[in-house]
Design a protein around this ligand. Structure first.
Ligand code: AMP
Length: 528
């Protein structure tokens, strides 16, 4: 699936709200962030259908208020998710575009100009964004681009990773590797600070990455030989700037109702205009303490006008900001590092510009200044481009020396039960690979039969931290039939879990003493 290859390679930061592409330029001996056709270094992760063509990036975002029902954004939140997931259902409620349940419980975006081919899966939408970035890179580099490293939130599940691989494949790329976003930012930080000869031999670095849709926190270890070891990761794949915008939008909807006695919440166009105005106001409030939101002819001919202070914005979002700090605390606990032993706190992602977030972090780390030396918008793509150059043997010596050791973000395990029997399945999660295990890794567990002459076993694979499988993410299952007749516990099924460098899982079940084997790859590619 992913291989080491030569040729031109790019690094892609596929963000919820913005995406960014970078490449290593041997000629200039540096990584360059590649501008899109409008000359901007970040591209909105937005895809629209205008009735004839798909528009991507700025072209799509520019027509969003005119065409909200056919302009898809935030699709990263739907990647690798099931339509029925409660969080997907919550997101769908705020989307102006239609999302239905497709094959395999996949959420599918439906364009209003419905015709065959205008229903798209999250992977298909993402592939259009990736293709757009690939084409921008090809135009800039003057050569065909085949290989890419794509970044994913550290906290992405196996299915979300698979969906990202699939999107890259659909865009015509060979995805050499998926890399966790904070690890990628850490590479950018590491290269930037590798000349720090007076610093300690080993540094603990915390990367706090708060973007448009996802929040990641990673605790890493840097040593002077260029080895970057991830100790622990945490976060939330549905927490970011979009949530702060949504909180503001809901506040404005209520204020408008109070003032004008009009409920505009179901009007997609008005809501979209409000969302854009709120996002702008949020950005303003990072540099000023008060601003106003003004929209002419907002709803039923009535204008919208509201003043908002930074303090009000902070109060409205306090519950979400606190969540970020809770993840930091948990990540430090998981990595067994005291906050006083963190040498640098690196912030990346557009939402880290919010002053309250910075203030909370500084206070948490007892006044330690935050490290802002790497570009919040570009660092993730930069690190991915470094890894892409390394994997395709085109980088410089510093890159060749770079070694990265990542971890799996969520525990992986099984629930075993018996097919077609009245024996009720146990819901306990038997963990095979605990979270924060360094990857790649292979681990196995032996499971004895539960009763005499048991002739089959069903292995359900889950990912998550709950001790009860029903609270975790179901990844897939397989059956092993035809177990030989034997007393309970005599027949042993060995389940072997292996995770590759992309964080993708393969499960093998083997029956001893028969030697019968059955494997399950959750890979979408494998099902083609
Ligand atoms: P990213 O995914 O890292 O590109 O971050 C995008 C998110 O950062 C969006 O939700 C933006 O609204 C948010 N953002 C960008 N600049 C600012 C700013 N100055 N203040 C607050 N949020 C910002």
């Amino acid at each position: 699936m992913s291989k080491r290859v030569g040729g031109t390679s790019i690094g892609i930061d596929l963000g919820t709200t913005y995406s960014c592409v970078a490449a290593w330029f041997s000629k200039h001996n540096r990584v360059e962030i590649i501008p899109n056709e409008q000359g901007n270094k970040i591209t909105p992760s937005c895809v629209a259908w205008d009735g004839t063509d798909f528009l991507v990036g700025e072209a799509a975002k520019n027509q969003i208020t005119r065409n909200p029902k056919n302009t898809i954004y935030d699709v990263k939140r739907l990647m690798g998710s099931r339509f029925k997931d409660s969080r997907v259902q919550m997101d769908i409620k705020s989307f102006p575009f239609k999302v239905i349940e497709g094959l395999g419980e996949k959420p599918m975006m439906v364009f209003e100009h419905e015709s065959i081919g205008n229903k798209c899966s999250p992977e298909e939408i993402s592939s259009k964004i990736i293709k757009n970035l690939k084409e921008a890179a090809e135009a800039y580099l003057g050569t065909e681009v085949i290989n890419a490293v794509i970044t994913v939130p550290a906290y992405f599940s196996d299915q979300q990773r698979q969906a990202t691989m699939d999107a890259g494949f659909l865009a015509g790329l060979n995805v050499m590797r998926l890399i966790n976003e904070p690890t990628s930012a850490a590479i950018a930080y590491g290269l930037d600070n590798s000349g720090d000869i007076d610093g300690p031999d080993v540094k603990n670095v915390l990367v706090f990455d708060l973007g448009g849709g996802t929040f990641d926190v990673s605790l890493l270890n840097f040593n002077k030989a260029g080895i970057i070891t991830v100790k622990a990761v945490g976060g939330d794949t549905r927490l970011g700037g979009e949530d702060f915008d949504e909180v503001m939008v809901n506040h404005c909807v209520q204020e408008f109702k109070k003032k004008e006695n009009k409920d505009m919440s179901k009007n997609a166009k008005a809501r979209m205009r409000l969302k854009i105005a709120c996002e702008r106001a949020k950005r303003d409030l990072s540099s000023t303490t008060r601003t106003s939101i003004e929209i002419d002819s907002f709803y039923e001919g009535v204008d919208f006008s509201m003043k908002i202070t930074r303090a009000k914005f902070e109060e409205l979002n306090a519950h979400l900001f606190v969540k970020c700090l809770e993840h930091v605390e948990k990540c430090l606990r998981d990595g067994d590092v005291h906050k006083n032993d963190v040498d640098d706190v690196v912030i990346v992602g557009g939402s880290t510009r919010i002053p309250k977030i910075q203030q909370m972090l500084i206070e948490f780390f007892d006044g330690k200044p935050l490290c802002k030396s790497i570009n919040a918008d570009e660092a993730v793509a930069y690190g991915a481009a470094v890894l892409a150059a390394k994997l395709s043997d085109t980088g410089n010596n510093k890159m060749k020396e770079l070694i990265m050791l990542d971890v799996t973000p969520l525990s992986l395990g099984v629930r075993t039960c018996v097919k077609d029997k009245s024996v009720s399945p146990v819901n306990d999660m038997l963990v095979v690979i605990p979270k924060n295990t360094p990857i790649p890794t292979v681990k196995q567990k032996k499971l004895g039969t539960a009763y005499d002459n048991q002739d089959n076993v069903q292995i359900d694979v889950y990912q998550g931290e709950s001790s009860e499988t029903k609270e975790n993410i179901f990844l897939g299952s397989f059956n092993i039939d035809g177990l030989p007749a034997a007393p309970a516990r005599e027949i042993v099924v060995t389940v072997c879990f292996s995770i590759d460098a992309n964080g993708i899982l393969n499960v093998l079940g083997e029956v001893k003493p028969t030697g019968y084997k059955k494997s399950m790859s959750v890979a979408i590619f494998a099902q083609r």
